[in-house]
Design a protein around this ligand. Structure first.
Ligand code: SF4
Length: 456
């Protein structure tokens, strides 16, 4: 373990699920760690644009921020959720200089120290922090396509750090202007998800006490020499899995595909324990996986028992993550000049992009007498955003009419593990009676070069 171990809030879920992952990640040489992808570069650009807009609400569409060229697609993506920030009572109140209102963006926080760990062990930067009378809120932008849950250790750690910045160090109490704070909201702003704003709310005092204890215990356990490893869906966020350097992970792929759970940890005094398999290194993981794929995964799902379906779904995150990592690793090797038997590099589908800059395109469209709404479509705000508009907040008539205009839509039935806190749908059969085929998600086009089998 290096002398100055740092755990990022985004890695906390993995660290709490697998204590050994801190040392395992630290052992991966920097040159082997995954670099930036087009998606992560795009995410950085959009984060930068969001931070710029926060500080410059009168100039919301810059063409360049901090050396990043901002595209029309970036602006469009941000516009989908921006009204949540623009009309947030804390942002509006803070800009008007009202006491008790605060809105911050890109605020650096020392988190470890405020929960009793050494300074520097957990630090982070929150995308957005809001305080309005009674409520503290931490919000995080996400621009990936995988739906992100706001009830996460990353946001909980951010919330602890942000709350600490609102406290009088000498008394340990909230500063007088924030003394009414009782509730805490964690929010994910994700323009690329069908649910673009997701919020969970907690009682501030009870939740923060529980979270501080859980993070402190988990991090201390992870910093012990020989901390145990525990494979699970969290492995997809671990550099040791991405670089195939973790035997626990590789062993659980084989076990998962076989339907065996012998490498899944059992609990002993609250600590996860990995049940070792003898001679595991002597088994070729590749042959094992190959064999299992040929003998088990070729079975028709309809022939599987309910027990087998449950056990295989338990392994989905691990197995899917393994093949995603394998494909990335293979592509890297091929790009480095090595041949992968049966596979080759081809150009992906690609996407069209504008040649002139945005100003020139707009000038051209104006000449063609296109209406502004045709090339800069506006998007109707959501009920939650409408509820926060000062004109509606301050009018009983408008608020009443708004309530009549809104109805709660049931989310689509989703299969989740039993531990999920949401209550189970009881009338499952009735749920599907009138269901029409939903429109499938649109995948972003591949860019650049992709790895394909030779036969293509
Ligand atoms: S790959 Fe999985 S099991 Fe191995 S150290 Fe990382 S999180 Fe833990």
């Amino acid at each position: 373990m290096p002398d100055h171990t740092e755990i990022s809030p985004s890695g906390l879920s993995r660290v709490l699920a697998c204590a050994g992952s801190v040392a395992a990640q630290a052992a991966v040489p920097p040159e082997e760690r995954p670099g930036d992808s087009p998606q992560s570069t795009q995410g950085t650009r959009r984060h930068t644009l969001a931070a710029y807009r926060f500080d410059n609400p009168d100039k919301p569409n810059p063409t360049e921020v901090d050396g990043h060229q901002i595209t029309g697609e970036d602006v469009f993506a941000l516009n989908e959720v921006w009204p949540y920030v623009r009309d947030h009572p804390a942002y509006v109140g803070h800009r008007a200089g009202k006491p008790g209102f605060l809105a911050v963006s890109e605020k650096k926080l020392e988190i470890g120290k405020c929960i009793g760990l050494d300074p520097g062990i957990i630090t982070g930067t929150i995308d957005l922090g809001f305080v309005s009378p009674g409520v503290v809120e931490v919000a995080d932008w996400k621009f990936g396509y995988f739906p992100v849950d706001p009830d996460s250790w990353q946001l909980k750690a951010y919330a602890l750090g942000f709350m600490r910045s609102l406290v009088d160090e000498s008394t340990g109490l909230f500063l007088p202007e924030y003394a009414q704070v009782r509730n805490l909201k964690l929010t994910i702003l994700q323009p690329t998800d069908s649910v673009k704003v997701k919020t969970v709310e907690f009682d501030i005092f009870r939740a923060s006490k529980e979270w501080m204890q859980a993070i402190k215990d988990g991090v201390k356990r992870a910093l012990q020499p020989g901390a145990p490893r525990h494979a699970g869906s969290h492995c997809k966020f671990c550099a040791a899995a991405e670089t195939f350097r973790c035997d626990t992970y590789l062993r659980s792929i084989g076990d998962g595909l076989q339907g065996s759970n012998t490498s899944v940890p059992v609990t002993s005094g609250g600590q996860p324990v990995i049940m070792a398999k003898p001679d595991v290194r002597e088994i070729s993981h590749v042959d094992l996986i190959d064999d299992v794929v040929n003998t088990k995964l070729t079975r028709n799902p309809e022939d599987l028992s309910l027990d087998e379906i449950g056990r295989l779904l338990d392994q989905e995150g691990l197995v899917v993550g393994f093949f995603k990592n394998l494909r990335q690793h293979a592509q890297k090797l091929r790009e480095g000049g090595q041949r992968i038997p049966g596979w080759k590099l081809v150009h992906g589908k690609g996407s069209r992009e504008w040649i002139p800059d945005e100003k020139e395109i707009v000038t051209e469209f104006k000449k063609w007498q296109l209406k502004k709404a045709e090339y800069y479509p506006d998007i109707l705000i959501s009920p939650a955003q409408a509820e926060k508009l000062p004109k509606i907040v301050n009018s009983k008539t408008y608020s009443k009419r708004l309530a009549e205009m809104v109805r709660k839509k049931e989310g689509k039935p989703t299969l989740v593990p039993e531990e999920d806190p949401r209550p189970e749908i009881r009338d499952v059969t009735q749920m599907f009676e009138d269901e029409t085929e939903p429109e499938g998600p649109t995948l972003a086009p591949n860019e650049g070069v992709i790895l394909m089998p030779w036969e293509m």
